[in-house]
Structure formats: C-alpha cells, structure tokens
Design a protein around this ligand. Structure first.
Ligand SMILES: Nc1nc2c(c(=O)[nH]1)N[C@H]1C(S)=C(S)[C@@H](COP(=O)(O)OP(=O)(O)OC[C@H]3O[C@@H](n4cnc5c(=O)[nH]c(N)nc54)[C@H](O)[C@@H]3O)O[C@H]1N2
Ligand SMILES: Nc1nc2c(c(=O)[nH]1)N[C@H]1C(S)=C(S)[C@@H](COP(=O)(O)OP(=O)(O)OC[C@H]3O[C@@H](n4cnc5c(=O)[nH]c(N)nc54)[C@H](O)[C@@H]3O)O[C@H]1N2
Ligand SMILES: [Mo]
Length: 758
C-alpha cells in the first residue's frame, strides 16, 4: 500500500516521463515551479498549454519524486495569477507625483535608458555603493538581484531588504555551519529518486518539530507532506509550538512553549539527556568537541527552572527529553521561530546540540549534511569570483561582527542599510532596486519607520509581477517580471537539481534571469558574453560548485530533474574536509558543541538563554498594559508572505487577516470568535479578525503578516489599505543579537480589544 515506486511505475503508463507530449489539443510540458508567485520548493508540475500557447491548467507531476504528483492550492491557481487583470505586463515610468499612482507605458529600451542615466548620475554624485539592491526569500529570484548589484552597478550593498537581522534561516544555517561545518537537513529520503523505498534509507522513529509548521510552510527544502509520508510509515512526533497546530495535535508530546524561550527548553532537554545518560556516548566521545563544557553549562538548567521560564508543565519536558534521548533514529526538523528571536543564533545552537548528542548526524533518517546544492549560491560565488578582491570592503554592516567579514552572510546587513538611508552614516544610500521583495507590505519590521526613511531615496526601480504598495509610494520605474511558466531557469535547493521550462509568454514580462543578463550586458558587457538566458544558464549549469552536473541547459531542461550522488557518514569517510581527512569541516574536526568559531568572534561559545527584550519578564511594566505574548507571521496555505492577495480563489478561503488566540483567554476579555480586533503595542497597532482555538496555549496571540488589500485604493494615503492590518507596525528593527543575526518578529507583547464594526 505504501510502496510509492509501484505507484510511480503505474503512473508511467498514464503520465509520460518525456519532458513534453501532446494530449488532444493540449501540449503538456514537465517543469518545476518556484516563482513567481513564489515558494521555496520547486514542485514537479505538468503545464498544459493550448494551441495559442496559453497556459490552461497545471497538475502535479506524478513522476517527480519530490512531490509525487501532489500540489498546493497556490500552484493550481497559476493560470489565475498569470492572467490576472492587475498583472504588470509592460515597463512603466511614473508620470505623476510619488504616491499618485500615475504611470505611462514605455519600452524596455527606454526603461533601461532611464535606469542607465539615473544610475550614472547617482554613481557620479555618491559612488556605486549608494545603490542598494533588494532581494526577497528564496524564490527563483535570489542570485539575479545579487549579480545586478555587484556586476552591473558595482555595489556591494545587495540586501534582504529590511528583513531585520537576516532573521530567516540565517541563524539556523549559521549554527549548522559553525557546529557541523556544513548545512544540515532532516533526512526524508529526498536525496534518492526512489525516496522512501531506497534500501539505504531508514524512517525516523521520532521527529522533533521545533518552531516549524511544515504542512503550511513547506520551507527550506523540506516538503511538508513528507511529514505525513513518514508518519504513515511509523514516525512519531514531538512538537515545540505555542499553537495547537495539526502536527501538534498528532504528537506524542506537544510542548506549548512561550514564544522566544526555546533556548531555555533546549538547555533543559540537554540537562535531562546528559544527567540520565540518554545520548550516544561513543559518538560524543569520538566526534563531538566540548561535551564537558556543555554538560557544565546545562547543569543549572533543570526542567523545573525551564518549565517556569517557558510556561510549560515540567513533566512534558522530562517526557520529551526521554523520548528523544531514547529514540533510535531521531531527526530534527527546525523552523523559522528559532531565527526570529533576538538571540536566534544561541537558540539554534542549543537545539543543534539537542540533535548532535543523539549521534544521528549524517545517518539514515537523521540529520544529513549536504553542500546544500544551492544553485543560487554557486552562481553568486561564480560572479563574485570575477569581481575585484576588495569589492566588499565597505559593505554595510560588516563592522557588526567578524562573522560577516568571514562571509557567513554575503549580503549587506538589513538594519544597517536602513540606518544608512536615514542618517547617511557611514555613507548615504540614494537608489534602490527592488526585485522579489515588497519592503512595505512585508519583510521589514517597523514599516512606518521604513516608509519615512524611503523619502530619502532619489530613484527606485521595482521588478515585480504586481504593483505593490512600495511601488506606488516610491517607484520611478516598474519592470514586469515573468511568472514561473514564462521563464527558463535552473534551480536547486538541497536535492534534486531542477530545470524550469518556459512554455508561454504574457505581455512583455521578462524573466529575472533575462533582466539580470540585459542589465549586466549594459553595464559590464565583458563579464556577460551570453546571448540569452538559455546560454547563460548553460554556463551556470556546467559550472555548479555544489552539484554534480556538466550538461547544458537544454540537457537539464529535458531531464527536468537530476538527483545527486549521496552518501551517509561522510565524516567517517573523509568526504567533508578539504584535507580529505575523516571528521567534520570545523577547526577541531569535530562537531563543536563548544564553538571555537563563536569564541574567536566574541560570541558565547556555548548555547545560552536570554529573555526577549520585551517580555513578561524583561519588561514587566509594559506587560501589565500589554498582557499577551505576540508572535507574528505563521504561514497559511493560501498565501506566500504578501503574495496571492489578488487571487479570488485564495481570498475565497481566506478573505481576511486572521489573529488567533486561546478561546478562554478571549472570553475573559469579552471577545468572540469572528470579532474584528485591534492588536496594539507601544510600537503600533493594526486590525485583524479573531479566530479562537480551545487548544492554543494561554497568554499567547498569533497574528498574520504580509497583509495589504490589492482591491483597495492604490494612491496615497491608502496604498492598498496597507496601514489597516499589517502586523509589521508592531515589530521593530535593530533587535538582532551579537552575531548581527536574529530579530524579535516572534517575541513581542500586545493587547487585543474589539474594533468598531466598520
Ligand atoms: N511579522 C513578520 N514579518 C515577516 C515574517 C514573519 O514571520 N513575521 N517572515 C519574514 C520572512 S522569514 C521572510 S523570508 C520575508 C519575506 O519577504 P519577501 O521576500 O519580501 O516576500 P513577499 O512579501 O512575498 O514579497 C515578494 C515580492 O516579490 C514578488 N515576486 C515573487 N516572485 C518573484 C519573482 O520570481 N521575481 C520577481 N521579480 N518578483 C517576484 C511578489 O509579487 C512580491 O511582491 O518576510 C519576513 N516578514
Ligand atoms: N504558504 C506559505 N509557505 C511559506 C511561506 C509563506 O509565507 N506562506 N514563507 C516561507 C518562508 S520565507 C519561511 S522562512 C518559512 C517559515 O515557515 P515555518 O518555519 O513553518 O515558520 P512559521 O510558520 O513562521 O512558524 C512555525 C510555527 O512556529 C510557531 N511559533 C511561533 N513563535 C514561536 C516560538 O517562539 N517558539 C516556537 N517553538 N514556536 C513558535 C508558530 O505557532 C508556527 O506554528 O515558510 C516558507 N513557506
Ligand atoms: Mo523566510
């Protein structure tokens, strides 16, 4: 019943494995979808086009082992997105004042001419570093903005615009890199074409789901439904989440933790595991560095102490630590909640230690090391290699911690970019090129502050598929980006390597690859000799550092996907270190529970807990007035961040912004399910609709992020109703940790009260 390879063989009779075929009047093309609209995953899709070349429907590709034919509602709605009347289809220039929403259609050449002229002027007056290029989360639009910034404009200030403290994945990646010497991911057989049927694979007996809701988020290379695949094969769950999510409801133990106290819980779990001997002694002895120091650090972290801090029943901490410590094939699947705390790096460090001492690293069904197959990193690095050595010399924020100079982030620090825009310190930023992020509707905290700061920007270009609030407020030029089925590309995020196949064109929209190539050709033609995106992608495909592939783009395009060679226990086989010796790629050759890298950059080398800057404990007076702990940004099936709000089929399921809290808590303050409520704290307020849940932990409020209303007035002051429900009026910038990473998006305080009926 569970044999998916059998399913796949059947599917081969019904669905072909060719890359393209005919079905009646329709042409079917196998591809993968990343963006736009966006997602992290790259699921296998079948794109059905009609005689005119129009996309008429999308189905999951049953012969793509990544998603096995499954698809989410957002992908099914691709034709609706592509042919939406609001879509940007032509380059436009602003003709009215900023905020008036008056535009004139222009040609691509005219747009590039204007950009070249204005850019030249900015560079003459302030230097190239006064240009900041913003990218968003890993859609298929991440290396393209980087090469525009670096190779076209010559500015090192490419940045995840205003995403405070690079609080997405960076703290977890940092910890994995620092402790394990590489990137680490839960093993759900994603490295094998036969997936769960591959004889090398073992199903995890316990999955520790920490601050992550994969069914909704399918993030960072982990496709959510795999969780259910594993549960059907016997895996049990331990869930750390303040909300009673679906996985929490199915867990052996659910730990409804006070947001932002994860490090305390992890330290207590380590305490139990170490005092009760529930860890892999041999592995720790041979392959871990600093175990004694860790044991000493966690000595004081009794479950009783942590229970009080985390607002957890103490027996749940014992139960979780014992189940986990006794598990045979434990695997950790961690999430964003660990990053979005000020000391996210320490929290991720603590949780990584909980994983490390089980000894299940790089083992079947454990947590595997892989040079992550980040095609975007490979491309970025290959372009970076062609630039002057001191190119990043003045990059904003590099002074915050040596980790940045060491290259642990290749981007300008978001909070430092904001400060430079506001104060011209250490030098001004005068131009922004935004490609794949929205700035006002989403990634930044404290959007009112950002809104004010952007008044100092002289010239702004937005490359997007829709007109967003920031475009109306500040853009001078709008460039229309192509959606997934309208672009060629290569992508990898972990495994496998995948091709994106173009099947159609809409208006004059161009792919980010093509826009990057054309911009770079204008500004830096010697570095970009390729005639089109296919030729450029062939070059990149042949030169991938982290993937074993040497074909052309056409080769990959026809294969659609390619699995890497994958081996377990690489640390025993001398496959991780550049010197070819056994061990991990860290200074000591071991997993560094006590981290020598952190020590060398002035960070606590051991995991620690610190209260969030605003919390019931650190700001008790504020807590009296704002008596709930606020976490923001839980994901939903219908939306990817601020995207998809235009789509009727998504809004039918999810018309309004939803704030959740415990039923009893709400009743105590006179609120009912379905009430519109104000969520307010000292930083700001916004309005969302209340949804009650009997199971959520007490004292906690969970609000959605990314809200704007494309159906509302575009012009100022409305900006598509931006100020009504956007939760990033209650979050703050500049609350990152000593590493320069981390934020407080998930650890605010708030009060909640009924809003007027209108
Ligand atoms: N309060 C709160 N705020 C958060 C979060 C949270 O949990 N809480 N999460 C944060 C996190 S983790 C992240 S990563 C950020 C994400 O923030 P962003 O990456 O900025 O995400 P979006 O808001 O979706 O903005 C993406 C924009 O790019 C466009 N786009 C999509 N695909 C493409 C493409 O292929 N090419 C081009 N040119 N444009 C494209 C979309 O139409 C949209 O306008 O948000 C952060 N914001
Ligand atoms: N549909 C959809 N998918 C997405 C995105 C999207 O916007 N929409 N965004 C993408 C991006 S960029 C990212 S980074 C990922 C993020 O995806 P996830 O890692 O799943 O992150 P979240 O959904 O923000 O939060 C996950 C869970 O953490 C819980 N939580 C909140 N605060 C805390 C805390 O302090 N501690 C603990 N332990 N748990 C807490 C929340 O209740 C929630 O259930 O999703 C990606 N996938
Ligand atoms: Mo993210």
């Amino acid at each position: 019943m569970l044999n998916e390879s059998l399913n796949r063989d059947c599917n081969k009779d019904v669905y072909k494995t060719d890359w393209r075929w005919k079905e009646g009047d329709l042409t079917v093309t196998r591809s993968t979808q990343w963006s736009a609209p966006g997602c992290h995953e790259g699921c296998g899709v079948l794109l059905y086009t009609d005689k005119e070349g129009k996309l008429v429907k999308v189905e999951g590709d049953p012969n793509n082992p990544f998603n096995n034919g499954r698809l989410c509602m957002r992908c099914f709605a691709l034709p609706e997105a592509m042919y939406h009347p609001d879509r940007l289809l032509y380059p436009q220039k602003r003709v009215g004042k900023r905020g008036e929403d008056k535009w004139e259609r222009i040609s691509w050449d005219e747009a590039y001419d204007i950009i070249e002229e204005r850019t030249g002027d900015i560079i003459d007056r302030y230097g190239a570093k006064a240009i900041s290029v913003g990218f968003g989360t890993a859609r298929n639009c991440s290396w393209q903005p980087a090469i525009i910034s670096w190779a076209a404009f010559g500015s090192p200030n490419e940045t995840g615009t205003f995403l405070s403290g690079e609080c997405c994945y960076q703290p977890r990646l940092m910890s994995a890199q620092a402790l394990f010497g590489g990137s680490m991911i839960a093993d759900f057989a994603q490295f094998y074409e036969k997936r769960f049927d591959d004889p090398r694979y073992k199903v995890p007996d316990y999955i520790l789901l920490w601050g992550n809701e994969p069914l909704k988020s399918s993030s960072d290379g982990f496709y959510g439904p795999w969780l259910i695949d594993a549960m059907r094969r016997g895996s049990k769950l331990i869930v750390v989440d303040p909300a009673l999510t679906w996985p929490a409801s199915k867990a052996e133990v659910w730990l409804p933790i006070r947001p932002g106290t994860d490090a305390a819980l992890a330290l207590a779990m380590l305490h139990v595991m170490i005092t009760e001997g529930l860890y892999d002694h041999e592995f720790v002895e041979q392959w871990c560095y600093g175990f004694d120091e860790l044991a000493e650090r966690v000595e004081e972290w009794t479950p009783e102490r942590a229970a009080e801090i985390c607002w957890l029943p103490v027996e749940k901490i014992y139960q979780a630590a014992r189940l986990w410590g006794n598990a045979k094939t434990p695997t950790l699947q961690w999430g964003l909640a660990l990053d979005q705390q000020q000391h996210g790096v320490a929290a991720a460090h603590a949780v990584a230690c909980v994983q490390a001492i089980t000894g299940n690293t790089d083992a079947p069904g454990g947590n595997c090391l892989m040079d992550k197959g980040y095609v975007q990193d490979d491309i970025r690095r290959s372009i970076m290699a062609g630039l002057p050595k001191d190119f990043t010399k003045d990059r904003l924020g590099d002074d915050l911690n040596l980790l940045r100079k060491f290259g642990f982030s290749p981007h300008a620090h978001p909070d430092s970019v904001l400060k430079a825009i506001e104060t011209a310190e250490p030098y001004p930023i005068k131009m922004m090129w935004l490609q794949g992020n929205t700035v006002l509707a989403n990634p930044s905290a404290d959007i009112r502050r950002v809104y004010e700061a952007l008044k100092n920007i002289e010239f702004m270009v937005c490359v997007d598929v829709f007109k967003t609030p920031v475009a109306v407020a500040y853009a001078d030029i709008l460039l229309p980006a192509a959606m997934g089925p309208e672009r060629n590309g290569i992508r990898g995020w972990w495994a496998p390597l995948r091709a994106i196949n173009k099947v159609t064109e809409t208006g004059e929209a161009k792919s980010d690859d093509l826009i990057a190539l054309e911009m770079c050709k204008r500004f830096n033609p010697e570095m970009f000799p390729w005639k089109d995106d296919r030729e450029m992608n062939s070059h990149f495909a042949k030169n991938l550092a982290s993937m074993d592939f040497s074909g052309t783009f056409d080769d990959l395009s026809h294969m659609v996907l390619k699995y890497p060679d994958f081996t377990y226990y690489k640390y025993k086989k001398g496959m991780l270190r550049p010197d070819g010796e056994p061990g991990f790629n860290t200074p000591t050759g071991k997993i560094e529970l006590y981290c020598t890298l952190y020590e060398s950059v002035g960070i606590d080398p051991l995991p620690y807990f610190e209260e969030p800057p605003e919390s019931p404990v650190s700001t008790p007076e504020e807590f009296e007035e704002y008596p709930f702990v606020l976490t923001t940004g839980r994901r939903s099936f219908e939306f990817f961040h601020s995207e998809h709000r235009q789509l009727r089929s998504m809004r039918e399921f999810h018309p309004d912004p939803i704030v959740e809290m415990n039923t009893q808590d709400a009743h105590e303050i006179g609120l009912e399910d379905g009430d519109w409520v104000w969520i307010e704290n000292p930083h700001g307020k916004c309005k969302q609709k209340l949804k009650l849940n009997d199971g959520h932990m007490h004292g906690f409020v969970s609000a959605e992020h990314g809200w704007w209303f494309p159906e509302k007035e575009a012009a100022e002051p409305s900006l598509f109703g931006l100020w009504e429900s956007n939760i990033n009026q209650l979050t703050v910038m500049d609350q990152y940790g000593p590493s320069s990473f981390g934020s407080t998006y998930k650890t605010q305080l708030c009060k909640v009260y009924k809003a007027d009926e209108d």
